[in-house]
Design a protein around this ligand. Structure first.
Ligand code: FES
Length: 137
């Protein structure tokens, strides 16, 4: 399986642990990892209703019920059952040889904004051109 540009594979939990849908944090993102019929799946762990965690919800055959207000999702696709076209974000997942589930997640956004980066480069460029003296002509 290839890695998407701007994303990386991250090791999470064992497939035994993920037999129960389990919340992990991957690259700063809450992800719910679960194994359905031997295949690992990963979705964003944020209910579309109010953003609460789905962990602890009742799960039968890959369909989890949010423990708060009972919205239901198919963890294989992220589909919100009963509302066509609504999906939880999903992430590629795979099983490593040692039984650990790996999840591919977009790399974390840089902590410095593009504006700050450009300003830093501009300042560094000016510094390299020599000092600007005020009040001289
Ligand atoms: S927070 Fe999930 S159904 Fe309300």
């Amino acid at each position: 399986m290839t890695t998407r540009v701007g994303a990386s594979w991250h090791r999470t939990i064992s497939s035994e642990t993920a037999a129960t849908p389990t919340r992990v944090v991957v690259a700063g993102r809450p992800v719910l990892v679960h194994v359905v019929e031997g295949t690992p799946y990963a979705v964003a762990d944020s209910c579309l209703h109010r953003g609460l965690s789905l962990e602890g919800g009742r799960c039968v055959d890959g369909v989890i019920t949010c423990p708060e207000h009972w919205w239901r999702y198919d963890l294989r696709t992220g589909e919100h059952l009963g509302t066509p076209g609504e999906y939880l974000p999903t992430y590629p997942a795979r099983l490593a040889e040692d039984g650990v589930i790996e999840v591919e997640v977009e790399d974390a956004a840089p902590t410095v904004s593009l504006r700050e980066t450009l300003l830093a480069h501009a300042r560094a460029g000016r510094a390299g051109q020599g000092a600007v003296t005020e009040g001289t002509a």
